[in-house]
Design a protein around this ligand. Structure first.
Ligand code: UDP
Length: 369
């Protein structure tokens, strides 16, 4: 017979951060995960001396000094700055949308010229109050950039027409009138030297871990083995917890196709986006560039987005009106669950970045007695 203060479902960044904080408060935690490894989607594996991001590119960036200091307590970060490229047909552009992009697109040089171009394209459209992603994008960057660099990429990423997507998705992307290819505005950015898995390993020190077991199977096993707990943190899909009783929330899944190549440098940068609709993947990641080219040979991963169906991995919640409404209903059920906390991208049905995950988990742990 064993009683834990906390059962934590999901050994990803949210669960591990929470477990760490509760362990520090002297609480006992059992962390379970259905995968055969810890670290959730930030899991990295060292292959040929390259830390391969097994579930897609994870670039740590934050404006929150406290979160930055917290994560730096578990690994040393390098000075990686994300400066992805975008390919549209035979044209190559810098991202995010900045003077390098504009000058290539319109053969212009100054911010005034770029703004004039965008204003001209906007004026022709007459959008006063952007109601969806398409209108938001058009009013930010005009027709040319929308058509070449946003429409195709977004529609394959989300599997939906840009007019049916919320404007908020595109607000993640900066638009700058300076020659600055840094994808993020945050003052703190980098990749942990040696990968992410070690961070989660350290976060989970002092906690019991059980891998290869779903929550459902664990519940059965717990009865057999006499395992009990006082409180539960659930970081899986909130609709799955409630056995989809109100219907399925929609998620986007990703298929990763990873290849090892016997060459030194495939694309010269960590991330290249493929922005035309006709190419089925959204981007190719070359993992070694996250750590400045160290390693033997190279690993590249093509990322194919798809609609989530049972059995697939849910990566992105689809935060449109319909799904947000359904989530609110699940949230109301969640609030009635005694001694259960829901957290993380799936538990909170939120398009969270890593720093927001940590912040939320720290706050959640601080609210626990
Ligand atoms: N986006 C785009 N073109 C690009 C890159 C991004 O239109 O070349 C849009 C797209 O709608 C995407 C959103 O910006 O869903 C956010 O992109 P981000 O790179 O932040 O997505 P993540 O890396 O989280 O998948």
């Amino acid at each position: 017979m064993i009683n834990y203060d906390y059962l934590i479902v999901g050994a990803g960044l949210y669960g591990a951060t929470f477990a760490h904080m509760m362990h520090k408060k002297g609480k006992s935690c059992l962390v379970i995960d259905k995968r055969d490894h810890i670290a959730g989607n930030i899991y990295t594996e060292n292959q040929h001396n390259i830390n391969v991001h097994k579930y897609g590119a994870h670039i740590f960036h934050t404006s929150d000094k406290e979160v930055w200091e917290f994560i730096n307590g578990f690994a040393e970060f390098n000075h990686f700055i994300n400066s992805p490229m975008a390919v549209y047909k035979d044209e190559l552009y810098n991202l995010p949308f900045n003077m390098n992009t504009f000058s290539k697109m319109w053969n212009i040089r100054t911010p005034k010229e770029a703004m004039k171009k965008i204003e001209e394209q906007k004026a022709a459209l007459n959008i006063l109050n952007p109601k969806n992603l398409e209108e938001q994008a058009l009013s930010l960057v005009g027709t040319d950039i929308y058509t070449k660099l946003i429409k195709g990429y977004t529609e394959k990423q989300w599997g939906r027409d840009c007019r049916d997507l919320p404007a908020s998705i595109i607000k993640r992307l900066p638009v700058r009138f300076t020659y600055d290819n840094n994808y993020f505005n945050d003052p703190y950015q980098g990749i942990p030297k040696g990968g992410y898995t070690q961070i989660v390993e350290k976060l989970l020190e002092g906690c019991d871990i059980m891998l290869n077991i779903s929550y459902e199977d664990f519940l059965k096993k717990a009865v057999e083995k006499g395992i009990s707990w006082n409180r539960l943190l659930y970081t899986g899909m909130i609709d799955e917890y409630f056995k989809f009783s109100l219907g399925h929330l929609k998620y986007r899944t990703l298929k990763f196709e990873t290849e090892y190549l016997e060459e030194d440098n495939f694309q010269g940068v960590a991330v290249v986006n493929y922005n035309e609709r006709e190419i089925p993947y959204t981007r190719i990641i070359e993992h070694k560039h996250f750590e400045f080219g160290a390693g033997d040979g190279t690993y590249i991963t093509k990322e194919y987005p798809d609609e989530w169906t049972p059995g697939a991995e849910p990566y992105y919640p689809v935060n449109d009106d319909e799904n947000t409404l359904l989530y609110e209903k699940y949230k109301a059920l969640a609030e009635k669950e005694v001694n259960v906390i829901f957290g993380g991208r799936l538990g909170g049905y939120k398009y969270y970045d890593m720093d927001k995950v940590i912040k939320a988990a720290l706050e959640c742990a601080a609210n626990e007695k």
